[in-house]
Design a protein around this ligand. Structure first.
Ligand SMILES: NC(=O)c1ccc[n+]([C@@H]2O[C@H](COP(=O)([O-])OP(=O)(O)OC[C@H]3O[C@@H](n4cnc5c(N)ncnc54)[C@H](OP(=O)(O)O)[C@@H]3O)[C@@H](O)[C@H]2O)c1
Length: 329
């Protein structure tokens, strides 16, 4: 089969489309013919040699999500039939014509979604749903602040927050991105500057002085202590990404006085059982919303698999709104 291979740690030019051995499904696994996959920041780090994939994933083929069709069933598979349209997350290896997945890590793609749209869903929506609902126990009418709000995860979160009856606010470094996020339900946003006190004042204004109930922090760095300053009592801060820096000060007095919960999260490093639980929650609570058009995939741009280098360069530019998809078949 054809697959994109990381030939050495480095920039986008180390990615090459090569002929590699097709995987075969073992017990409980399904062989998926991949029609489309999508990019994630983790792919860039893996390409640079800074983020090794988990042991059960191909070492040199990046890609953590996919949409495709069931091509072959391994022994013991019960949930699927050959030809069904499925999507999901995988530890690695989705920049390829075929991959294997545990049968319970797959969900059925609603008929209304194309493969391109479906490939833009799993990582963004499972991360956002798991963080907001499963971990932060978001309730209707609560307020949520989402950093990097026009990112793949950010725009999934905006839509889910709205769909759950809560109120999404967000930050992005470009005003145009805040405007785009408003089209998908964002209540209000901050076009970020280096002055984090602006964000704290705005958030207090948005919430009538009460503070934000849940923060989805996709960027870290200076956003982290400022987020703690603007949170409501019993607020929950979900630490998801570190694009603005891996180290931050913690205003401990505020954490104690406001009884704030800080929780880190990561999908890729989880045990199979935990990934299955997140996938089942997604299947039960998010896929029906996708099917009815209550939430939708946001695709910035699609490239053929052979143009993977250009796709990586675009992601690195920070200019995207939503997801970049690679069309495989
Ligand atoms: N923990 C997990 O399980 C998990 C899962 C998925 C993703 N993530 C992480 O979540 C983050 C978002 O992922 P994604 O795929 O949704 O992202 P994305 O679509 O690639 O968008 C990321 C956005 O972050 C903003 N950004 C980049 N550098 C920044 C900086 N120095 N300061 C502030 N903002 C910056 C940029 O928007 P602006 O230019 O508008 O600011 C950029 O477009 C990444 O860090 C990713 O690794 C974590």
């Amino acid at each position: 089969m054809k697959a994109v291979v990381i030939t050495a740690p480095g920039g986008a030019d180390v990615l090459e489309l090569r002929e590699v051995a097709r995987p075969s499904p073992s017990y409980g696994q399904v062989l998926v013919r991949v029609h489309a996959t999508a990019l994630n920041r983790a792919d860039l780090m893996q390409r640079e040699g800074k983020y090794p994939p988990p042991p059960d994933a191909p070492k040199d083929i990046p890609g953590m999500e996919f949409a495709g069709e069931v091509a072959e069933l391994g022994p013991g598979v019960q949930r699927w039939k050959v030809g069904q349209r499925v999507f999901g997350i995988v530890g690695g290896g989705s920049y390829a014509e075929y991959l294997v997945s545990h049968e319970r890590l797959l969900a059925a793609i609603p008929d209304s979604l194309s493969y391109t749209e479906a490939a833009a869903v799993p990582e963004a929506f499972i991360t956002a749903h798991d963080s907001l609902v499963t971990q932060a126990s978001l309730r209707a009418s609560e307020t949520v602040l989402i950093h990097a709000v026009a990112s793949g995860v950010g725009l999934a979160a905006v839509q889910l927050v709205r769909a759950l009856g809560a109120i999404p606010f967000g930050t992005a470094r470009e005003k145009g991105k805040v405007v785009r996020a408003k089209e998908l339900g964002l209540e209000d946003g901050w076009a970020a500057t280096a002055d984090m006190s602006e964000m704290v004042s705005l958030a207090k204004g948005w919430t009538g002085g009460r503070g934000i109930n849940v923060v989805l922090d996709l960027v870290g760095g200076a956003y982290f202590p400022a987020s703690i300053e603007l949170m409501a009592p019993l607020g929950r801060l979900m630490e998801i990404g570190t694009l603005a820096g891996r180290d931050a000060q913690i205003p401990l007095g505020r954490v104690i006085a406001s009884r704030i919960t800080i929780r880190g999260t990561m999908l890729r490093g989880r045990a199979l059982e935990e990934k299955i639980a997140a996938t089942r929650a997604f299947e039960e609570q998010v896929v029906p919303m996708l099917a009815r058009g209550i939430v939708r995939a946001v695709v910035d741009r699609e490239y053929p698999l052979a143009e993977v280098r250009a796709a990586h360069v675009l992601l690195e530019s920070n200019e995207t709104v939503g997801k970049i998809v690679l069309r495989v078949a």
